[in-house]
Design a protein around this ligand. Structure first.
Ligand code: FE2
Length: 264
């Protein structure tokens, strides 16, 4: 069974025995902590996300990658642009977030969302637990996109108790949404490069198919590192997607270098 299914089975088993928000946050956070640094788990998150991207960038709205209302949650991967601060919001349900790639700060505010009270810096592998009421925002202070996995409380009755999240500022959503499809694909290539598994080639192939021409080349570069012959095959294929003579010349040159490397 893939790592993600193991994770869901573990979290479901733990949530059944939890009876308060504090207990739910603790078991969800502790379970996520045991998985989040495992390359096979990260790759299964990427795979689930890629499945939601099959219809292309124009209709992709960064949906959940898992949802089990009976068990009480939904999960989303979030892709934070570099140098980006998200809107301040209030959580009225429990939630848990793990840093999957790079780093993200969590900033706690007073109840009105006006004054910063505390800042936590999270790096890959760190978990943040939120028990309501909590007013906070996330900020990526780095120069590269960051990726988090969030587990949000979602139950059949949760809508009856008011909004799960109340937005205090609403200025940043457009910036988050802009280019998110490509940002996610780029982050996946980075994560696969960083922690390869036996699924790497399969994932890179899927990314290659979904990506714009310029990013196809990034996927190919990662692929060629693992399997130069497969990378070369894709590079020859990518040649036909390119319009500009400079791009074509660059790809032809890269293909030639790769052929020489394979022969050597
Ligand atoms: Fe939040």
């Amino acid at each position: 069974m893939e790592a993600f299914n193991h994770f869901l089975a573990d979290i479901n088993r733990q949530l059944v025995s939890a009876s308060t928000d504090k207990e739910r946050v603790d078991v969800a956070g502790d379970t996520l902590k045991t998985y989040i640094t495992r390359p096979d788990f990260v790759h299964s998150c990427i795979e689930r996300c890629l499945m939601t991207m099959q219809n292309g960038r124009s209709r992709w709205r960064n949906p959940q990658i898992a949802e089990d209302i009976d068990a009480g949650y939904l999960m989303r991967m979030l892709f934070w642009p570099a140098r980006f601060k998200g809107d301040i919001h209030r959580h009225n349900r429990w939630t848990v977030t793990g840093v999957v790639s790079n780093a993200i700060d969590a900033i706690l505010y007073d109840d009105a969302g006006e004054k910063e009270v505390k800042r936590f810096s999270g790096i890959a592998g760190d978990i943040g637990k939120v028990v309501p009421p909590c007013v906070h925002a996330a900020e990526n202070v780095g120069d590269v996109p960051a990726v988090t996995l969030a587990v949000f409380c979602r139950t059949p009755k949760s809508q009856q108790f008011g909004d799960e999240v109340e937005w205090i500022t609403e200025t940043q959503e457009g910036k988050y949404a802009a280019g998110i499809f490509d940002r996610a694909l780029r982050a996946f290539i980075f994560m696969i490069n960083h922690s390869p598994t036996e699924r790497s080639l399969h994932l890179l192939d899927t990314i290659y198919i979904l990506a714009r021409p310029s990013m196809k080349l990034l996927a190919i570069k990662a692929m060629a590192r693992i399997d130069p012959i497969r990378g070369l095959r894709r590079l020859e294929d990518a040649y036909h997607y390119l319009d500009g003579p400079d791009d074509k010349a660059q790809v032809a040159r890269a293909a030639q270098l790769l052929r020489e490397a394979i022969r050597a």
